[in-house]
Design a protein. Sequence first.
Length: 120
Amino acid sequence: MKSLIAGHITQEGIPAIDIQIGNQAWRAIIDTGFNGDLELPEPLRSYVNARFVGRVGSLLAANQRIEEDVFLVDFPFDSRTVRAQATFTEENDILIGTGMLRDYRLMVDFRKNIVVIDKP
């Protein structure tokens, strides 16, 4: 059975999908420059069963290095709950990194304003 997640390109030109967590729709940005699994808004912590794993160092743009707490979470993705690693932030968007998409194919069509994530 082939799975399919459909999304869109935002007005700002950002590939995104919608995720339902805690009876609320959240915008999830597909961030191909982020090789981790997830970055989640702090208010979602109690909905994803966050368990502390440790600290991780990350290299950001302009060679900026940061250290963050990493958590194992139960995240609703592709019509099921998947276990993933996440950091938490005060931002309101979910970031989905390439680590989360490693078993999927991502297609972004800016001309047609569509995002498709499928598992062939």
